[in-house]
Design a protein around this ligand. Structure first.
Ligand code: NDP
Ligand code: NDP
Length: 317
């Protein structure tokens, strides 16, 4: 059979348009290189890494795979200049930026020959990313875990809206963990998919095993988008969530929420495995996840399901 090829596989020089999201405390070099070695695009999530840690992860990733990989840089990161310097010095070829204005860094990264993709939650932001010179956008819907857009646009609405708004290729994210969901996203106009939660439940993810186990136990309704006054974040419903809920019901101010959140909540929950007091960031699609698998197997399984889906896309009598 002919090799699958579209603008996303060509842009990143990968076999399958399957991208593993950059996720704090979950996606280090082990996960990123495993996904890239399986023919997808692995991403190192730099948001939780001090500059020397990021440098180490990039070096190890380069040693573990000959294939393309990327680094995700949340534009809210405090030491962003240092991260950008390392990315350039280490000759990383692809950067995904998120949570901020794409105008700030895209031009400079493009001048260095780096492929730049920006994560957006609306067609308006997608237009801004295209105008800033990005090579592609990730359209991330309301279902997604972690930081999220305020407008609550779901993937089913966001994907076709963004695909109509820009000429650059669109990667769909939010609520995707199976090959059939991938097929639906591609039918709606995406040319690739980015998955986070599915890869949290992988052997190579650096998240704590207790968090991974909690993710595969989750049911529908077990996550909610909270703290819209600060940075909106989808999290699992645990004791910490209950505290945020109570505070928000009482009309907590930004200062009060910031104090309640404190520092390092995400690390406490997802990396150190404190399931009650930590912030557990995961997508709605956790409800469909039932197993922790090697990342390479996940890529293979999703691709097979996707191809089978193409042959028999809808149920008929
Ligand atoms: P907090 O302010 O609560 O804590 C900072 C955390 O980041 C600490 O755990 C710290 O590790 C670690 N860290 C890594 N590098 C630095 C640095 N240069 N300065 C300070 N802390 C650093 O933030 P969060 O944990 O909520 O978020 C961390 C980062 O990840 C932010 O940049 C945020 O924007 C980003 N983020 C991105 C998401 C996404 O969707 N891409 C989702 C959530 C967060 P230590 O405890 O070891 O000191
Ligand atoms: P502001 O909301 O003040 O935004 C700063 C500037 O960046 C504004 O010009 C804003 O555009 C622009 N901007 C913000 N996010 C994007 C984006 N994703 N794509 C293109 N342009 C963007 O500052 P904050 O730091 O508070 O920004 C947080 C915003 O980012 C919130 O709206 C949040 O919901 C969103 N966000 C999106 C994420 C994602 O895309 N996955 C992840 C995390 C946060 P304008 O003035 O036109 O609004």
């Amino acid at each position: 059979m002919k090799e699958f090829s579209n603008r996303i596989t060509q842009l990143f020089k990968i076999k399958y348009p399957i991208i593993q999201a950059g996720m704090i405390w979950a996606s280090g070099w082990k996960l990123a290189s495993a996904v890239s070695n399986a023919g997808g695009l692995g991403i190192i999530g730099s948001g939780s890494m001090y500059p020397d840690v990021l440098e180490e992860h990039i070096r190890r990733c380069k040693a573990a795979t000959q294939l393309p990989f990327a680094v995700n840089v949340p534009l809210l990161y405090p030491d962003i200049d240092k991260h950008i310097d390392i990315i350039i010095k280490e000759e990383v070829k692809i950067v995904f930026t998120s949570a901020g204005n794409p105008k700030t860094w895209t031009g400079m990264l493009k001048e260095k020959g780096i492929t730049v993709v920006h994560v957006v939650s609306s067609s308006k932001f997608a237009g801004k990313a295209e105008a800033a010179g990005c090579d592609a956008v990730v359209a991330e819907g309301f279902e997604a875990g972690g930081h999220n857009g305020r407008e609550e646009t779901t993937s089913f609405v966001l994907i076709p809206a963004v695909a109509a708004a820009v000429k650059i290729p669109v990667i769909a994210a939010g609520g995707i963990a199976t090959g059939r969901q991938m097929l639906a996203a591609m039918v709606l106009g995406a040319e690739g998919v980015q998955m986070g939660s599915r890869f949290v439940a992988s052997e190579e993810a650096s998240s704590h095993s207790r968090f991974k186990e909690e993710v595969i136990k989750a049911n529908e309704g077990d996550t909610q988008l909270m703290m819209k006054q600060l940075k909106p974040v989808r999290m699992m419903k645990n004791d910490f969530y209950q505290q945020v809920l109570e505070a928000e019901k009482k009309g907590a101010t930004v200062e009060e929420l910031t104090k309640l959140l404190g520092r390092g909540r995400a690390k406490l929950g997802m990396f150190e495995g404190n399931l009650s007091e930590g912030e557990l960031e995961i997508g709605q699609v956790s409800a469909l996840l039932k197993d922790i698998l090697p990342a390479g197997e996940i890529v293979k399984k999703i691709w097979q399901e996707f191809m089978n889906g193409i042959e028999q896309p809808v149920k008929m009598n």
